[in-house]
Write a protein that binds this ligand. Sequence first.
Ligand SMILES: CC(C)(COP(=O)(O)OP(=O)(O)OC[C@H]1O[C@@H](n2cnc3c(N)ncnc32)[C@H](O)[C@@H]1OP(=O)(O)O)[C@@H](O)C(=O)NCCC(=O)NCCS
Length: 164
Amino acid sequence: MKGIGGRRGPEGYVGELYYRQYRSEVEDLGELMRLVEEELSEPADRVVYTFRYFVIEWPHLAFLVFPSTESRIPIGTIVCKQDDHRGRTNRGYIAMLSVDRGWRRRGIASRLIRMAIDEMTRRGAHEIVLETECDNSTSIALYESLGFMREKRLARFYSNGKDA
Ligand SMILES: CC(C)(COP(=O)(O)OP(=O)(O)OC[C@H]1O[C@@H](n2cnc3c(N)ncnc32)[C@H](O)[C@@H]1OP(=O)(O)O)[C@@H](O)C(=O)NCCC(=O)NCCS
């Protein structure tokens, strides 16, 4: 797997951690959903629906990270899509991002985001966008640390009534 970027170990590895693209619903769906459902505020049924929407069309833009190649339990995931935005730009979109609580502040989310951006850029993305809850200071700090800029506030964007 190419495009991990920055400090690198052998292909696919960063230190002991093994990063890879999403493979299949049978192999990855359950664990990916567990990671996402644990942390995101959207209702589970919506997460399943949303998840399938993304990985069926853009399986190459979903990534998982494992503590080792032998492990079947991922500790982080990112799910994205990429399409033409109003006929004007090729837009990459980060839909879901989650890292297991026990593995945070080790650069895993940053690495997953960079991998997704590399893949979207390789496939012609002009811009990468995402939404996050307006009070998710962790996520905002993370994306700002990677150079993302705030563009819009979306009122009551989430089903819990929060702005994005
Ligand atoms: C947000 C989340 C994915 C970050 O994962 P992570 O692997 O811990 O992030 P990283 O280690 O790559 O952090 C990179 C940078 O982001 C910022 N950051 C991350 N967590 C932070 C925190 N708790 N407080 C302040 N800044 C933080 C820091 O700038 C950090 O760099 P540093 O550790 O050198 O200071 C993780 O906390 C998570 O899964 N949260 C719940 C789900 C969520 O909010 N997803 C995003 C919704 S869009």
